[in-house]
Design a protein around this ligand. Structure first.
Ligand code: FMN
Length: 291
């Protein structure tokens, strides 16, 4: 979301120029009509490729259409306007940022999994709270009460954790991946764009593993020339997992798990045992209250 009628890199990726032009025209139209456009939001459904693989084209398309209809209802409910849909993504305009959303998730560069920005979490939270009146949810690098408290003190109203819950008993995480999480520290994680098959051009934070190290040793060659490119390293259910795939090792994954994308944030520092998700939540939340 931006404070003027410009759009973010993510928003312009598909059909870049036509989309930018559509935004400009709509913004100009609104301005002539006496209104103003202050915020542009692009939302998409992540992992939609997997939906097509699992359910087949027709069923996946019907699920995605239902999702788009629900998103559209929310956009109009918040006085916004849908200007176009791109595949399973939707671009909308709002009179201002505070109208367009009920809350904002600030994701710091410390986060595990796919990471949308390069700004450290606390800096980002302070920047956003200085600009927007919306509640801010802080995400990235938090897996204990001290980290949560720092984010709340910086102005966040809530925190969101991902890596912490990879060690939950309920999580669908392969035992080797889980053992690596429990043994790893923040310094064992790497922000990279290496595991790009299935999701290209999307930086992500993972535990450094054999795939990362072999690629570095080969002089960091570009996609297409990387060591073992195209190798099948395992299977997830009935789907083959190739080296550099974005697929993370679940309990139904077999093969060379160590070579696969093992997502983790710097918060992995605080992941030391497997526990029920309720206990993980309590350990983070109750610690804050006692301070
Ligand atoms: C296993 C895993 C998968 C993730 N997948 C995505 C994703 O597909 N898209 C995304 O925007 N963020 C993704 N994230 C990031 C989370 O939404 C969240 O921002 C992050 O987990 C917060 O940092 P933390 O992991 O240090 O708690 C993922 C995180 C993890 C741990």
């Amino acid at each position: 979301m931006s404070n003027d009628a410009s759009i973010t890199r993510t928003a312009v990726q598909p059909a870049k120029d036509r989309t930018a032009q559509a935004v400009k025209e709509r913004a100009a139209g609104r301005n002539r009509a006496g209104g103003s456009v202050r915020a542009v939001v692009f939302a998409d459904i992540t992992g939609s490729g997997g939906l097509y693989q699992s359910f087949g084209d027709l069923r996946a398309m019907s699920l995605i259409t239902r999702c788009l209809v629900a998103m559209e209802e929310q956009v109009y409910h918040h006085r916004g306007e849908v200007i176009k849909t791109v595949g399973e993504g939707m671009l909308s305009l709002f009179p201002d940022a505070n109208t367009g959303a009920s809350a904002v998730i600030a994701q710091g560069v410390e986060a595990g999994g796919h990471v949308q920005g390069m700004t450290p979490l606390l800096t980002l939270v302070r920047e956003i709270t200085a600009t927007l009146a919306l509640p801010v949810v802080a995400a990235g690098g938090i897996a204990d009460s001290a980290g949560a408290e720092r984010a709340l003190n910086a102005g966040a109203q809530a925190v969101a954790c991902g890596t912490a819950f990879l060690a939950a008993t309920e999580a669908d995480v392969h035992r080797h991946y889980r053992a690596r999480l429990i043994a790893a520290g923040a310094g064992d994680t790497e922000l990279t764009d290496l595991f790009d098959i299935g999701w290209p051009n999307a930086p992500h934070r993972v535990i450094r593993n054999r795939t990362v190290i072999d690629w570095e040793s080969a002089g960091r060659p570009p996609a297409g020339c990387r060591p073992g490119e195209g190798d099948v390293v395992g299977k997830r259910g009935r789907t083959r997992v190739t080296r550099y795939s974005d697929a993370q090792p679940t309990t139904s994954t077999d093969g060379d798990i160590e070579s696969m994308a093992m997502y983790a944030g710097t918060s992995v520092d605080h992941v030391r045992r497997v526990a029920p998700s309720a206990a993980i939540t309590e350990a983070i939340a109750f610690g804050i209250r006692r301070r």
